[in-house]
Write a protein that binds this ligand. Structure first.
Ligand SMILES: [Zn+2]
Length: 240
């Protein structure tokens, strides 16, 4: 298969898997708040594992350039939150009815997914097998993230099928950025180190800034720490 089609296919699988996040809400009308925390912890751990795999892939390259890229990744996430007015947004508020809140949560999810798309794209440039691994890790991680988003949307009165569709829609940015990053880096391979670093910085910052802070309150520090580490450990083991 053409490499670009491979990127498109696997990043689309990742985006589509967000819809599976709606399944727990088929079984339960309302999710216990601890489940939201654990879903965030699983997503956070899988993202940390993905960041670790990217980091290892970049170690043989130019570490200083990679670190500079990581700073740019952090700055990108910081800047997008700042300009979109979402820096202090509580991301897991259920039954918050203002339309503005709904749009902001969707925007945050779309920006979050975009950074993950870049991670998939640069991993595909490293090698297609590594890229496919990255896309599948992000696909699994999109499921608990989809669960959290669907729980928020459902509590606002959105039908579950529509919530599942919106969870996938917020991941379209993941597909676009994966394909774009792959195309640009194939044409300009000298930028790979920077973009690997960018992916690591953005993923780790998203975890500590978006996913983990609220989860500690929702499910307790110990269980969140353990679930996060276990999820990360699985990706690290599989990446070896
Ligand atoms: Zn994520």
């Amino acid at each position: 298969m053409d490499p670009t089609l491979t990127v498109l296919l696997f990043s689309s699988v990742a985006a589509g898997s967000a819809s599976l996040g709606a399944l727990p809400l088929v079984l339960r009308e309302r999710l216990p708040i601890a489940w939201i925390g654990w879903a965030n912890a699983v997503a956070a751990g899988l993202m940390l594992g993905a960041a670790y795999a990217l980091l290892v892939a970049g170690l043989d390259l130019m570490p200083v350039w990679g670190a500079t890229g990581a700073l740019l990744g952090i700055a990108f996430v910081y800047w997008t939150h700042a300009v979109s007015g979402t820096a202090d947004l509580e991301l897991n508020r259920l039954e918050e009815t203002s339309p503005e809140y709904g749009y902001k949560v969707l925007l945050v999810n779309a920006l979050h997914s975009a950074a993950e798309g870049i991670a998939i794209g640069v991993a595909m440039v490293e090698s297609l097998s590594f890229g496919i691994f990255m896309a599948l890790a992000i696909a699994v991680h999109n499921v608990p993230e989809g669960t959290v988003l669907c729980a928020i949307l459902k509590s606002r009165g959105v039908r579950l099928a529509d919530a599942a569709g919106l969870a996938v829609a917020t991941n379209v940015s993941q597909v676009l950025l994966a394909v774009a990053a792959f195309a640009v880096l194939t044409a300009a391979p000298s930028a790979v180190t920077w973009v690997l670093g960018f992916g690591v910085g953005a993923l780790v910052y998203l975890v500590v800034f978006e996913l983990l802070p609220e989860s500690y309150r929702q499910a307790g520090s110990t269980s969140i720490a353990l679930v996060t580490i276990a999820a990360m450990g699985i990706v690290v083991l599989l990446s070896g």
